[in-house]
Design a protein around this ligand. Structure first.
Ligand SMILES: *Cc1c(COP(=O)(O)O)cnc(C)c1O
Length: 396
């Protein structure tokens, strides 16, 4: 199995004080058996408030479930451990997490550099929401260090990185970009949704903050919407903690439970996603109806070497362009049977979609507009033969 030379595997201590690897941490970090009953799985604490033993006499540090809930704490501790950060925060969605980062770490007048092929919802947040509050942004090709340097100014307070990007699967060099941003006095945020901490650990590469849509690979079963933020530095973590509570877009205990249940199998699921995606990418690359395959694991991908350096493997997302144009791409999406036509990604089931008309419709007419003949696959953990046969029949 390929392992990137710049990839630092998760290693941290759980309750026994010894260092453990990623999957051991995923199963155990923040999840000590319940002291009262010995329950192996952290219970769903469906409670809004907590009895105090006299005014201010908190039993476990909890006073109100927006501020803190033990089920949510278990998830937050686990994710902070897996990303190698000081503190984690669980949110109601990925975009709630992103919004809280912007409010906690930026002020009106500040400037942010974002990827010119950022996730459509991230772009909309900057363009339609944050801009109204005076946060300025410039989209830049973050695969190109010089192009990013050229748009940074004295007012640039944040560099927003997404890698691999959605839906073009471009690869940005986190370490080099973090260096550049820090020299300019900017904070570095990495959206690690596509890779998950199993494949990529941005804080070890110099990023300050990691954000996730846990709706995707971290939850992994398409049954819950959620987000997470992990910070490296205590002062940034304090600002995030204050805004997490003050803005209130927190994950509920049921959602935290489902997400944590997903996290336990993240390592085994990701390996299977990667195995299948590698086969799908090779199959598509050899198919006559396919004009171009975007998968960082292919040696023809422009970001292959950088991905090889900073990622453990190349992930479960594959995009490709249909040789016969937009209508052929749209029709193909309606013809698959094992791949379900739908938005979202990162679940155990394979999904297919047309970014131009679905997930990225909000980027139409902007510099972030995606090719009309592009099809995006979220390759699931089904049997590879079934996935390849389905694509073969749908491509015709
Ligand atoms: C889905 C997604 C988000 C937004 O997360 P939600 O949970 O849908 O709010 C952010 N970034 C990326 C890369 C995504 O794929």
């Amino acid at each position: 199995m390929h392992e990137g030379t710049g990839f630092t595997p998760a290693r941290a201590a759980t309750g026994d004080g010894r260092a453990h690897g990623f999957s051991t941490l995923a199963v155990h970090a923040g999840q000590e058996p319940d002291p009262l009953t010995g329950a192996v799985v952290p219970p769903i604490y469906a409670t809004s408030t907590y009895k105090q033993d006299g005014v201010g006499g908190l039993r476990g540090g909890y006073e109100y479930s927006r501020s803190g809930n033990p089920t949510r704490t278990a998830l937050e501790t686990c994710l902070a451990t897996l990303e190698g950060g000081t503190r984690g925060f669980a949110f109601a969605s990925g975009l709630a997490a992103e919004d809280t980062i912007l409010r906690a770490l930026l002020a009106p007048g500040d400037h942010v550099v974002i990827p010119d092929d950022a996730y459509g919802g991230t772009y909309r947040l900057f363009d339609k929401v944050a801009a109204r509050w005076g946060v300025r942004y410039t989209p830049a090709p973050i695969t190109d260090l010089a192009a990013v340097a050229a748009v940074m100014s004295g007012g640039t307070k944040m560099l927003w990185i997404e890698t691999p990007t959605n839906p073009l699967l471009n690869i940005a060099d986190i370490e080099q970009l973090a260096d550049l941003a820090h020299k300019n006095g900017a904070i570095v945020v990495v959206d690690n949704t596509f890779a998950s901490p199993y494949l990529q650990r941005p804080l070890a590469l110099g990023a300050d903050v990691v954000v996730h849509s846990t709706t995707k690979y971290v939850g992994g079963h398409s049954d819950v919407v959620g987000g997470a933020v992990v910070a490296a530095d205590a002062a940034i973590a304090d600002a995030l903690a204050f805004h997490h509570n003050s803005m209130g877009a927190v994950a509920g205990p049921f959602d935290a439970f489902l997400t944590l249940r997903g996290v336990k199998t993240l390592g085994v699921r990701m390996d299977r996603h990667c195995d299948n995606a590698e086969l799908v990418a090779e199959f598509l690359a050899g198919h006559g109806k396919v004009a171009e395959v975007r998968y960082p694991g292919l040696s023809t991908h422009p970001g292959h070497d950088v991905a090889g350096k900073q990622m453990k493997r190349y992930g479960g997302m594959v995009s490709f362009r249909h040789k016969d144009g937009e209508q052929a791409a749209v029709d193909l999406c309606a013809r698959t049977e094992v791949f379900t036509l739908g938005e979202s990604l990162g679940g155990v089931e394979s999904l297919i979609e047309h970014p131009g008309r679905m997930t990225h419709a909000s980027t139409a007419g902007s510099v972030l507009e995606v090719p009309a003949d592009l099809v995006r696959l979220s390759v699931g953990i089904e049997d590879a033969d079934d996935l390849l046969a389905d694509l073969r029949q749908a491509l015709g």
